[in-house]
Design a binder for this molecule. Structure first.
Ligand code: GAP
Length: 514
């Protein structure tokens, strides 16, 4: 645990030191759970967004993208169920006066039991060496089976109580498990209460004419209310999808863990409209498609797992999370939800407008069912950043800090470095920058010894360093150094662009997801 905390602290410090993430309004001591993205963070975020958009919109003939407004008519949120049901179960500790999400307290308790399972596995792995069969061990070891049963029982009961809105039982569960305030150890809890997460605001100049609005808590509703506009103008045929990326806002009460849980964040969502009755098939298909997208980035196959929901959101008939192993454990990165005809059906009721599709093959109209894929851009950013940050021991006994961000996502693809600041080398280096910058984000750096400049680029995650030296003046070649292997090769300046393209091209990476 201490190691995980240390690693997470390092990620946060590194993100600030290298211009990735700053606290919002830091000069006024910041605003809790709100963050700004710096010069490198903005590039990484843009690259993640493009990686998603390319895969989800441009590579699918039957998916289109939109950009709906953040403000929506307030009835939207009545129809979507957010006014009545977008609540978190909260509990206060009477001694510390700290507020927690009751379900998260229980889930964290379960995570501790799961950590015990991991420990047993690690111990057995050490004992049995190469002959260790993890699957068999998990299925037969009595201690592991006991822990697993404990986890399942607790989560099942939590899911049931939340579904039935039985908040007294959630409190009873917390007390039975002896869960204490994680910060103070006190077990003196209040009752569990529901708390709505939407931010309210007003539209209009005067108090009496102003209209109460909400900042959207998800981008999905902008898609639902435009379903017919897009279907008709795009002549879309079911099955088809509508995607968008954009800001969402939630008044998160327990907003810890850096950019993992923020009050203002960005979502990348896609609603896929299907025939009623075909949702199961499409749900499975989108689960598979999305996990392949994640794995194409090569962060590590074992960093992902599916978690099927016991407690379904008010709109879903099937739902699963893709969980990622963050420095603080496995947590939700993306949700895949089968939303039935809940949203379109309710918008029909509340707006009195038909939101149906005439299916020429079936010769009838119906309200389509929807499979949704919904990923938080900021969470994806944290997944990439926290996995990328490594400290490596070098052969000469020193260490280096490297951000091994997948090259396709790296904010800057190459740094061009003149070996010395004289003899015409800076001019040649600048010319290379001027040439490459049409294709990629590149940077020029002439300050300090070249070894220090390499370290700086390693720490910021630049996949390539191109060094211009005196030989360059004679034969138009440079050295190109690879961030991860630190290997250097001599190449012709004319070949640089195609060499870098091979490694950073979105096509090369996304082909792995197909
Ligand atoms: N339209 C469905 C929906 O919004 P959700 O599970 O509430 O579903 C989807 O959110 C994704 O949005 C999550 O998987 C997570 O990645 C991201 N997300 C949700 N709340 C967040 C927050 N407070 N801060 C950062 N990301 C968040």
């Amino acid at each position: 645990m201490a190691n995980q905390d240390d690693q997470f602290k390092k990620v946060i410090a590194h993100a600030k030191e290298y211009g990735y993430i700053f606290q919002s309004s830091e000069i006024y001591d910041g605003l809790s759970a709100v963050y700004d993205y710096g010069q490198n963070g903005a590039e990484l975020k843009k690259n993640i967004r493009e990686y998603w958009w390319k895969a989800m919109v441009q590579l699918h003939d039957n998916i289109v993208g939109i950009d709906a407004a953040i403000f929506m008519h307030p009835t939207t949120w009545k129809a979507s169920g957010h006014v009545d049901a977008f609540n978190d179960p909260l509990i206060d500790n009477k001694d510390s006066k700290k507020r927690y999400r009751a379900d998260v307290l229980v889930e964290d308790y379960v995570a501790k039991i799961e950590a015990k399972i991991d420990k047993e596995v690690a111990k057995a792995e050490k004992r049995f060496g190469d002959s260790f069969d993890k699957i068999q061990f998990l299925a037969t070891n009595p201690r592991v089976l006991g822990y697993q049963e404990q986890c399942d029982t607790i989560l099942k009961r939590l899911g049931k109580s939340l579904e039935k809105e039985d908040l007294a039982d959630v409190k009873a569960l917390i007390e039975e498990l002896g869960i204490a305030d994680p910060e103070t150890g006190s077990k003196n809890w209040t009752d569990v209460k529901q708390f709505n997460l939407m931010f309210g605001t007003k539209l209009g100049a005067t108090a009496d004419t102003a209209m109460d609005l909400y900042l959207r808590p998800e981008t999905a509703q902008g898609i639902f209310v435009n379903f017919l506009n897009v279907q008709k103008t795009g002549r879309m045929k079911i099955p088809f999808g509508i995607a968008q990326t954009g800001k969402a806002f939630r008044n998160e009460i327990v907003a810890r863990q850096f950019i993992f849980r923020q009050r203002e964040f960005e979502q990348m969502e896609m609603q896929f409209f299907v025939r009623p009755g075909e949702q199961k098939e499409w749900y499975e298909k989108w689960k598979e498609t999305r996990i392949k997208w994640h794995k194409s980035l090569g962060l590590g196959e074992d960093l992902y797992r599916f978690h099927d929901h016991e407690k379904l959101a008010h709109y879903a008939d099937m739902a699963a999370d893709i969980e990622f192993k963050f420095p603080f454990g496995f947590k939700e990165l993306e949700g895949i939800h089968s939303r039935t005809d809940f949203d379109l059906g309710n918008h029909e009721k509340f707006s009195n407008k038909k939101l149906q599709y005439f299916d020429p093959e079936l010769n009838k109209s119906y309200v389509p069912y929807v499979i949704e894929t919904s990923i938080g851009l900021d969470r994806m950013f944290l997944a990439v950043l926290s996995t990328a940050l490594v400290e490596e021991a070098l052969e000469n006994g020193s260490t280096r800090t490297v951000l091994k961000i997948p090259a396709v996502l790296a904010p800057t693809k190459a740094a061009v470095l003149p070996l010395v600041k004289k003899d015409g080398l800076p001019e040649v280096a600048q010319k290379i920058v001027d040439d490459l910058k049409w294709d990629y984000n590149v940077t020029y750096d002439e300050k300090d010894a070249v070894g220090r400049r390499y370290r700086r680029q390693d720490a910021v995650g630049t996949p390539f360093c191109i060094t211009v030296d005196h030989q360059t003046l004679e034969d138009n070649t440079v050295t190109i150094r690879h961030r991860d292997t630190m290997e250097q090769r001599r190449v012709a300046i004319d070949d640089l662009s195609s060499m870098i393209k091979k490694e950073v091209d979105i096509k090369t990476w996304l082909l792995k997801s197909l």
